[in-house]
Ligand binder design. Structure first.
Ligand SMILES: *Cc1c(COP(=O)(O)O)cnc(C)c1O
Length: 414
């Protein structure tokens, strides 16, 4: 049976599946497409900017981008011009916006790739204008001005916005660029009860007025990230957050940014599944210390199972008690807890009773899933175990883990 069907049938990749990957991040592209359609339903006629920065939060930017576009994403969003270039090189023709630059950013390449550029300061405008002049290109560069409405990070301050707007307008009149968009990023949208989001939204309105006075007419106004998109849609009251377009990252990957809402409750399907196979199963007495520091000591005779992934694979070393679902060859699957310190290459699970090292128990070589969809542990449990957010857990899964995609309607057509 092909790997796709095996994965779908079992909720894990069996040992005899047609792959030699020992540590796998299975990426469910059908789930990406489902999530994109779900988000499109929430936003109606507005545009979806599918955020695939950071290798699509660790999921593989090119395949996710193809899936997002196939399912109706209008734009792709990345941070670096280099990330956008990789998408163009991989055959992505959809509009792409990139918004974080340094004095070394290759704007000439950005123009060649027909990118739309987020701009937060005058030096960026000047560098883009210079690249345009040098290119001899006729069409103006499409610009989205980024305003800091309260996040205190990237984006022009309200105080400096009039000067930036005037500079942009001059370059627009000179035919070098066109301000097609304006955007801002929210600071606390994942805490819908906080009032700062509404304040940022009204500051955004003031920014729009400033741009208007400067003679600029951006038609794509975008403010909302995943939490704002979902809370605006469910609460209804904050519809104003959705504007002309939303920039959604986490939701594409089927994860919930809202404490208290599971992906399923938001109508999303988790995309990444992290799996390996049990490499050692051993009987130990009471009093056995486990892993560096011997921080965990068994309190009774038990069986330990060794899971061959660690912090070099992106499993956070600071995590304690992260879940691992084991699918023994015989007997039912169960979710166990990781014990002791997570090492570079391995972590240990206490199976909770003696006698399981017997090969008849089926643990040696058994599929072990750290997180995934369905009955597998949610990414959020690892985030809690590590004192971080689900965004970081998936994004930091390292290149040592083989990405294997399943599904993807666009693949059939090629
Ligand atoms: C990463 C990012 C997003 C996406 O945020 P999610 O919470 O993952 O939806 C949107 N806008 C900007 C500016 C970002 O940097």
């Amino acid at each position: 049976m092909p790997l796709d069907s095996l994965y779908r049938a079992h909720g894990f990749v069996p040992l005899d599946a047609p792959t030699d990957a020992e540590r796998l991040a299975v990426i469910d592209l059908d789930a990406v497409e489902h999530n994109v359609r779900r988000i499109k339903t929430l936003i109606g006629q507005r545009s979806l900017i599918a955020v695939v920065k950071a290798d699509a939060y660790g999921h593989g930017a090119l395949e996710v981008a193809h899936s997002a576009v196939a399912a109706g994403a209008d734009y792709l969003g990345v941070v670096h011009v280099k990330e956008a270039h990789a998408l163009r090189s991989g055959g992505i023709a959809a509009p792409i916006i990139a918004w974080l630059h340094t004095p070394r950013t290759n704007f000439a390449q950005a123009l060649e790739d027909q990118l739309e550029l987020g701009v937060s300061s005058t030096w960026e405008l000047e560098a883009i204008a210079a690249a345009h002049r040098a290119s001899g290109q006729k069409e103006p560069v499409r610009i989205h001005l980024k305003v800091d409405t309260g996040l205190g990070r990237n984006g022009v301050t309200m105080a400096e916005l009039p000067a930036l707007a005037a500079a942009a307008r001059r370059l627009e009149e000179a035919g070098l660029l066109e301000v097609v968009g304006v955007f801002s990023h929210l600071a606390v949208a994942d805490e819908p009860e906080r009032t700062e989001t509404a304040e940022q939204s009204s500051t955004f309105d003031r920014a729009l007025e400033i741009l208007h006075s400067a003679g600029l007419r951006p038609t794509l106004r975008h403010l909302a990230n995943t939490p704002a998109t979902f809370s605006a849609a469910s609460v209804g009251a904050e519809e104003g957050l959705l504007r002309d377009a939303v920039r959604v990252g986490l939701g594409l990957y089927g994860l919930s940014p809202l404490t208290g809402s599971t992906p399923e409750e938001l109508g999303l399907r988790p995309v990444m599944h992290l799996q390996t196979f049990i490499n050692t199963v051993k009987e130990v007495p009471a009093g056995q210390g486990v892993s560096y520091g011997l921080n965990y000591v068994t309190d009774k005779p038990t069986t330990l199972a060794l899971v061959p992934v660690g912090y070099a694979d992106g499993v956070p070393r600071v995590a304690t008690g992260g879940p691992v679902r084991i699918y023994p060859a015989t007997g039912p699957a169960r979710t166990y807890r990781e014990v002791g310190r997570i090492a570079m290459d391995q972590l240990v699970v206490d199976l909770g009773e003696p006698g399981l090292a017997d090969p008849a128990a089926g643990f040696l070589g058994a599929p072990a899933v750290l997180f995934g969809s369905g009955d597998n542990p949610p990414v959020t449990d690892w985030a809690e175990a590590a004192g971080t957010i689900n965004y970081e857990i998936v994004t930091r899964i390292s290149p040592r883990v083989t990405r294997i995609s399943v599904g993807g309607s666009w693949k059939d057509k090629n």
